[in-house]
Ligand binder design. Sequence first.
Ligand code: 7PM
Length: 276
Amino acid sequence: MSKITSIQSELNKVQVMGILNVTPDSFSDGGQFTHFDSALKQVEQMIKNGVDVIDIGGESTRPGAVDVSVQDEIIRVIPLLKAIKSRFDINVSIDTSKAEVMAEAITFGADMINDVRALQNKGCLEVVAQSNIEICLMHMQGMPRTMQENPEYNDIIGDILDFFRQRINCCEQNGIHKERLVLDPGFGFGKTLEHNYEVLAKFSQFNALGLPLLAGISRKSMIGNLLNRDVSDRLAGSLAAAIVAVQQGAKIIRVHDVQESVDAMRILKAVAQYKI
Ligand code: 7PM
């Protein structure tokens, strides 16, 4: 499987990461894809629609979420990873913060670990160091259960950049090369509406670290609360925000609506070929 990130491959191609939630309480899928077969059908559909990487999340990372046990997370995620890898030729990312889940994911052929805790949990750096899997390091202030209560920053971009630098250093000290890393400012993770729009407005500043950037904005509260739209009615806002991120250098967009997002990226690509 080719690298997900664009350092070595397809420098100017934006990768569309399709969200496959396997948590029963998934906020925007309404639990629809809890079951194995419907998950596989959704994967097939995403592939038809041009997805580049499927992101499987078995843990609830949303604000206020309760913890899931290692065993539950493995049972939710690993059989699906195996099934996808045996049926389809597609990159798979596993959304987890647990070293045990990471180890299983690596064993069964995952292409990326997407960790909203940026490998800060016990054992994660060591497990990942023993593989050559790619890693998305996301910024979050606080922890999911409480992070939206009162997020505060003096200099949000500076703080996120400092966090990225510190995590990159930790990775490198543990033998994880920079070339394997992707950075994500973590929209909605310990950030107010205003914080989220400031991060989006200044997204290009994260390019200073020289690593591929991921933007996960699809259907989030920063869209819904600004527009006063329910989760099912946030597509236009999500696409607008994704485009703003990509025009400032985002190389991966994490989305629910694959077909529409791929279309939007094709428009950007058609325009980009005329730019100097
Ligand atoms: C409620 C709020 C439910 C937020 C689900 C979410 C990101 C992520 C998530 C992100 C990376 C969602 C989020 N968001 N991983 N996992 N970046 N790397 O919209 O922005 O799926 S959970």
